[in-house]
Write a protein of this length. Structure first.
Length: 256
């Protein structure tokens, strides 16, 4: 149970972030639903526990927006004990020579610097918590080749490096920091990735999807609820001594 937990979940308007927010709420946590889109209000309706949810529009590329959202969370619930950094973008789909500098900068800004902004704003509250935790969403794309996805792969490896550093910076205060590395997760986002990859290669999306599935030990896409269950574990009492780890949920798509 997470009845003593107040979590701030970025990217909570849909997909993995929505499922994480719902899973935390089901375990009794207070949950701040943070994202740019209005989907956070739909997520709040799905949770249907207004006394334990706060929908707060947040842009992880804007330090003031992040700071204000976290402060509103603390004012509402009296604490912040868990930060889930799920907000991210897929970035461009092209070989490296076809990617513009601004596309690199945007992907790194959202996927890596966005986490740093949230951690900086949340740090004093997490350090004060009896059981503080940081859960970052990385990807097996930071561990294995992702052709035509250079900015995304680089950003997700960056998340792993940042997570390991945070584990040591926060360890003296008993705050854990871990990264979850999903493989291909079923949903609208991965379907869009398949479409862009197919367009780049001049094939049908189903060809790309079949290739991805065939690269996995268990030839199935991952369900977002599986990622949410691991996030709950890492934030809960059973995850108290798990820190500095990058944990794959990938159907065997990565081996380290």
């Amino acid at each position: 149970m997470l009845s003593d937990c107040t979590a701030f979940v970025t990217g909570a308007s849909r997909g993995i972030g929505r499922e994480i927010a719902i899973a935390f709420a089901e375990e009794g946590a207070n949950v701040a639903l943070a994202a740019r889109g209005e989907g956070i209000y739909e997520t709040a309706d799905l949770i249907d526990a207004p006394e334990r949810t706060l929908a707060v529009e947040t842009d992880v590329t804007d330090s003031d927006s992040v700071t204000d959202a976290i402060e509103e969370t603390v004012e509402t619930f009296g604490e912040l004990t868990c930060l889930v950094n799920n907000a991210g973008i897929a970035g461009p789909t092209a070989p490296v020579e076809g990617i513009e500098e601004d596309e690199w900068l945007e992907t790194l800004d959202v996927n890596v610097v966005g986490i740093a902004r949230a951690v900086k704003a949340a740090a004093p509250h997490l350090r004060e918590a009896e059981r503080g935790s940081i859960v970052n969403l990385s990807s097996i794309g930071g561990k294995r080749p992702y052709p035509n996805r250079g900015p995304y792969a680089a950003s997700k490896m960056g998340v792993i490096g940042l997570t390991r550093t945070l584990a040591y910076e926060f360890g003296d205060d008993g705050v854990t920091a871990n990264a979850i590395c999903p493989g291909p997760v079923a949903g609208e986002r991965i379907e869009r990735v398949f479409e862009r990859q197919a367009e780049e290669r001049g094939v049908e999306p189903e060809v790309v999807k079949d290739e991805v599935r065939s690269s996995l030990a268990i030839r199935e896409l991952i369900e977002p609820e599986e990622i949410a269950a691991l996030a709950v574990h890492l934030a809960g009492p059973e995850g108290r001594h798990t820190t500095g780890q990058d944990i794959n949920v990938s159907s065997g798509g990565a081996w380290y």
